[in-house]
Design a protein around this ligand. Structure first.
Ligand code: ASP
Length: 302
């Protein structure tokens, strides 16, 4: 069995390269996922992931992240976590040190500080400016709060749809998955998205494979999307078929503006992806490759 790493979007390139190097040097799939995601959290050019990125409506960055081990099904997540540089590492601590799965807000921050993480205050370049620009636009258009969030989702197409979501497969068929995001730009304070919800934004089981999402998180939560893809794979669909079927199912009632993407890797190393966004890119690397490859797919509606 060869090692495989996959990750969402162009910046997934860095996550995959780092993760595969870790697997090759004997690290576990959990290590590969965590360290791969940390590279993207640290990337100053990526405004949709990590501390200092695009904030909520009030100008505060609230981070969601989760991690899952495919062998034990143990998992950990944080939601609306502020001021911590590596939410993925806090999610791992939730998994390893607590009897819980998801900690949010103040409680998540308190736990992170107890674990030794430091509180930090900084903006990535341009993030604050984009927030101010958006606020001004809202004032100019005198949007009421009720219509405001719908409008934001329409306007923000190019900004918000990028979570780093990663799946790792090792030579012994052991798997892990994880993700990290600043969530939707201009979201309501306190909003927690799919990335923190096990079964929605992430699921992995060594007996079948894993799936992760990116896009409008509410869709993944509503349709339990990652778990649905894993269930479809366990019924015999290949990752591509499972992703396509699950994405088609999310279009049933058209309750949401815009779309979602799902990326899946089964325990044989086969990959699949599908999206209701216009397009979606993911990074892939296995043992036989020197560097990751980016693959672009078109939305099923385009
Ligand atoms: N799924 C993320 C969220 O809804 C956003 C994204 O992937 O862009 O928080």
């Amino acid at each position: 069995m060869k090692r495989v790493m996959v990750a969402t979007w162009d910046f997934g390139f860095k996550a995959v390269a780092k993760g595969l190097a870790i697997l090759k040097s004997g690290g576990s799939p959990l290590d590969a996922v965590e360290e791969g995601i940390k590279v993207v959290e640290d990337d100053l050019e990526v405004l949709t992931v990590g501390l200092g990125g695009l904030p909520n409506f009030k100008g505060e960055v609230e981070l969601d992240a989760s991690i899952m081990d495919g062998g034990t099904l143990r998992c950990g997540a944080v939601g609306a976590l502020k001021h911590i540089r590596h939410p993925i590492s806090v999610a791992r601590k939730v998994m390893e040190l607590t009897p819980h799965i998801l900690l949010v807000g103040e409680g998540a921050l308190e736990f992170a500080l107890k674990c030794g993480f430091k509180q930090e205050f900084f903006w990535k370049p341009n993030a604050r400016e984009k927030w101010v620009e958006m606020l001004e636009k809202i004032k100019r258009e005198a949007l009421e709060e009720r219509s405001f969030y719908g409008k934001v989702l329409r306007v923000m197409r190019d900004f918000w749809r990028e979570t780093v979501s990663v799946i790792a497969l090792d030579t012994n068929c052991s798997m892990a998955a994880g993700n990290s995001t600043a969530g939707l730009f201009m979201k309501m304070p306190g909003r927690v998205g799919d990335s923190a919800i096990i079964g929605a934004g992430i699921y992995v089981d060594n007996r079948t494979g894993g799936a992760v999402t990116t896009g409008v998180g509410e869709i993944a939560v509503n349709y339990c999307l990652s778990k649905r893809v894993c269930d479809l794979m366990s019924m015999g669909l290949n990752p591509h078929e499972a992703c396509e079927k699950a994405i088609c199912e999310t279009l049933y009632l058209k309750n949401f503006i815009n779309g979602i993407a799902v990326l899946a890797l089964n325990n044989k190393g086969d990959v699949g992806a599908a999206t209701s966004l216009k397009e979606f890119t993911y990074a892939y690397q296995d043992d036989d490759m020197d560097r990751p490859e980016l693959k672009k797919i078109r939305g099923i509606l385009t």
